[in-house]
Design a protein around this ligand. Structure first.
Ligand code: FAD
Length: 316
């Protein structure tokens, strides 16, 4: 089912999950161990992240070779395996980095044939160790261009003119940033480009993680005033360690409120810090539910125990 249909049809609170492929060489069983205990919460869909390869340079016989090494391959295979095992809809993330628009089109055709009806369209982060996103030759620069390409295929328009081409029927999700995207000069400009993604065909938005209810509420209100009418799913990260108090702001360009930071810092043991973090996020989810969110999308980041702890508290 398309995510937008799942949102429309859901009667209770809709839960969805984001998972990350295991590192190259690891077994998919490890991922199943993450998902197995979470199935009791009936996730409406599971999205699977995609990662740019890290480019490394290796010397062989006096020549330097540029070798892209992808640490976490397998997004599409994981989607097929997860759908097959759990009978749940999966949403592969599609990124721009490393793909020409022609390769993207071929990959979209593969997904269409596999019966996958959902795509999450993101630009992608720069490869590990690099600061700037550089588009591929004949590739897209912004996520809105990928949205447009998918939308065109949904209308039966491929990159070359084809007679009687079958339209695809992808439901398209895009990323939104309640605290603005880190490269954007200001919130208004970022919102303008978010609207562009929606105008070009995105059906729903999932937010970057945030840790204050007001941040989400203000974002939704400003998005609505700017004319963005599609559902905005809050992205929720259960925070569990003191280390994340600095790594999450650094890696995701978000702010952590004093109440959360102090409750975790004042705890006497790592187990108590974890409890304080999960309790805080549970309260945040309750505020979001009271506000009437269309669902809650949880970032598992490949580890299911924090998500399990959060959900078991929420649905006690
Ligand atoms: P865009 O929408 O292209 O925006 C990027 C920047 O360009 C923004 O500052 C925007 O304001 C600006 N901009 C947009 N259009 C224009 C324009 N026409 N002219 C000038 N400026 C413009 N990363 C991964 O690598 N893999 C994943 O699987 C992944 N999944 C994610 C899931 C979610 C829910 C979220 C919130 C993020 C995810 N990311 C992922 C991270 C994402 O790729 C990065 O945040 C990336 O830096 C931006 O992606 P975007 O799709 O928002 O980019």
């Amino acid at each position: 089912m398309q995510v937008i249909e799942a949102i429309k049809q859901s009667k209770d609170l809709m839960i969805s999950l984001e998972i990350t492929p295991p590192n190259k060489g690891q077994s998919i069983e490890e991922l199943f161990q993450v998902i197995d205990p979470l199935t009791r919460y009936n996730p409406a869909f599971i999205s699977v992240t995609y990662h740019q390869p890290q480019v490394v340079y290796e010397e062989k016989n006096g020549l330097i070779y540029r070798i892209p090494k992808r640490k976490k391959p397998g997004t599409v295979g994981i989607c097929a395996a997860v759908t097959n095992r759990y009978k749940v809809d999966t949403v592969p993330h599609f990124i721009l980095g490393g793909f020409s628009k022609f390769e993207t089109e071929d990959a979209l055709i593969d997904l269409h044939f596999l019966g996958i009806e959902n795509i999450f369209a993101v630009r992608g982060d720069p490869p590990p160790g690099e600061k700037i996103f550089i588009p591929e030759k004949d590739g897209h620069k912004y996520a809105s261009e990928l949205v447009e390409q998918i939308h065109n295929m949904n209308e039966g328009f491929y990159l070359e003119q084809l007679e009687n081409a079958q339209p695809t029927k992808f439901c398209i999700g895009v990323a939104g940033y309640p605290e603005k995207h880190y490269e954007s000069p200001n919130f208004e400009k970022d919102l303008y480009f978010l609207k562009q993604k929606v105008d070009k065909g995105a059906h729903y938005i999932i937010t970057q993680m945030f840790f204050q209810f007001n941040v989400y509420r203000d974002f939704v209100e400003k998005a609505r005033s700017a004319g963005i009418k599609v559902p905005i799913l809050p992205g929720i990260k259960p925070i569990t360690t003191l280390g994340q108090l600095s790594s999450l702001p650094r890696d995701f360009h978000i702010t952590l409120p004093s109440e959360l930071v102090e409750s975790m810092e004042q705890a006497r043991t790592p187990a108590e810090s974890r409890k304080a973090g999960i309790a805080y996020v549970k309260k945040l989810c309750e505020q979001l539910i009271d506000f009437g969110v269309p669902g809650i999308h949880i970032y598992t980041m490949g580890k299911g125990t924090a998500t399990q702890d959060l959900l078991s508290l929420l649905f006690k």
